[in-house]
Design a protein around this ligand. Structure first.
Ligand code: ASP
Length: 316
C-alpha cells in the first residue's frame, strides 16, 4: 500500500512556543513542532509548510483564506494544521464552511508549550496525523483533535483556559477518539454548506447581551455589514437594547441571534419586548446551536457568497 501523503501546515500558537526562565511563554526562534516529521505508527510522507507563525489571537480571516488556498492547491490525502488554541475553533469552522473536499482536514495545538512538563504538543500532533491519514476520517468535515478526542468543527469550543481537556463539543460530545491504532468514530456530522466566498472585508461584530443593556452598543452598528448578538437564554435581549435593534433589523440590516449560554439552541420563543419571537418577527436570523464567533463567520461567508437577500436559507 502506498504511503499516505500528509500536508502539515504549521501556523504558530503554544504548540510552537517555549516557556522561558521567568515562566512566560513566547516563540523562541525555530518552531520545535516543525522539526517533528516522523510520527511513529503512521506510514506517511509529509509536505511541511509554515505559512506563518502567529499566536492565534493574531489570526485573521485573510490568513484563514491562505490556509484554505494551501489545502485546495495540495494533492495530499489528508491535512493537519497546527494552530494556537485561542481561535482554533474559528479557523476550523471557517475551513469547514468554505472547503468542498472529502479529504480529512484536522486542526490541533497544545495547551502547554514545548518545553513545559507534560507538554501535549507532540501527542496531539501524533493523534491528529493518525486521524488525517485514516480513510475513516474522509467525508467528516473539518475536525479538531485535542487530548485524543475528535471534534467536529461545527460544535467544538475551547471551554477551559488552561486544562489539557479544554476542547469540548457544544450540545454534544466528541465524534470519535484516537486510539494507539488510529481513530475510532462514534458518529458522522451532517454535511455542511460550502460557501463559495469571494471577499472577506465585512465588518460584523459580536455583541454580548447583559442585564440592563441599552442602545449604546447597538447605535454603533449602522456602519457595519451585519451583527451577531449573543442573546440571553433562547434568544432574548433587554427592552432598551431591543428598542434600538428592532428598527435596525426592520431596515434590512442582518442580525444573527445566538445564545450566551454554553449549550442549547436559540429559538424564537418569547413574544415580550426583546424576546426572541419579537426579534424574529422583526426579521432577525437565528443561528441554532452555533456560538457567536462561528455565527459571525457563517454570516460573513453567506454575505461573501452573494446571499444577502436569502440569508434565511442558512439560519432559522
Ligand atoms: N494564546 C495561545 C494561542 O492561541 C494559546 C495556545 O496556543 O494554546 O496562540
Amino acid at each position: 500500500m502506498s504511503k499516505k501523503h500528509i500536508l502539515l501546515l504549521h501556523t504558530g500558537g503554544t504548540i510552537s512556543m517555549k516557556e522561558n526562565a521567568a515562566g512566560s511563554v513566547a516563540p523562541d526562534g525555530a518552531n520545535p513542532i516543525a522539526e517533528v516529521i516522523h510520527i511513529p505508527g503512521v506510514e506517511a510522507r509529509y509536505t511541511v509548510k509554515e505559512p506563518f507563525q502567529l499566536p492565534s489571537p493574531h489570526m485573521t480571516l485573510e490568513k484563514m483564506l491562505v490556509l484554505r488556498e494551501e489545502i485546495e492547491a495540495s494533492d495530499a490525502d489528508g491535512v493537519v494544521i497546527t494552530h494556537g488554541t485561542d481561535t482554533m475553533e474559528e479557523t476550523a469552522f471557517f475551513l469547514h464552511i468554505t472547503l468542498n473536499t472529502p479529504r480529512p482536514v484536522v486542526l490541533t495545538g497544545a495547551m502547554r508549550s514545548s518545553n513545559e512538563a507534560g507538554a501535549d504538543g507532540v501527542p496531539n500532533l501524533t493523534a491528529a496525523v493518525k486521524t488525517a491519514a485514516s480513510p475513516d476520517a474522509r467525508g467528516k468535515g473539518v475536525l479538531v483533535v485535542m487530548n485524543n478526542s475528535i471534534h467536529s468543527a461545527e460544535f467544538v469550543a475551547k471551554t477551559n483556559s488552561g486544562s489539557l481537556d479544554s476542547f469540548q463539543s457544544r450540545n454534544s460530545g466528541p465524534i470519535g477518539t484516537v486510539l494507539k491504532t488510529g481513530p475510532r468514530f462514534f458518529s458522522t456530522p451532517s454535511e455542511s454548506q460550502a460557501f463559495a466566498i469571494t471577499k472577506l472585508n465585512y465588518r460584523v461584530p459580536v455583541l454580548k447581551a447583559y442585564a440592563g443593556m441599552d442602545d449604546f452598543l447597538i447605535s454603533q452598528l449602522a456602519s457595519c455589514d451585519g451583527a451577531v448578538i449573543e442573546a440571553m437564554g433562547q434568544g432574548n435581549i433587554p427592552p432598551e437594547a431591543a428598542k434600538a435593534l428592532v428598527p435596525l433589523i426592520q431596515s434590512g440590516f442582518p442580525v444573527v441571534i445566538t445564545s450566551r449560554c454554553e449549550n442549547g439552541i436559540v429559538e424564537p420563543v418569547y413574544a415580550y419586548e426583546g424576546g426572541g419571537a419579537a426579534l424574529k418577527e422583526a426579521g432577525a436570523l437565528f443561528a441554532r446551536g452555533l456560538s457567536g464567533p462561528k455565527a459571525r463567520l457563517k454570516l460573513i461567508a453567506a454575505l461573501s457568497a452573494g446571499y444577502k437577500g436569502e440569508l434565511n436559507r442558512f439560519f432559522l
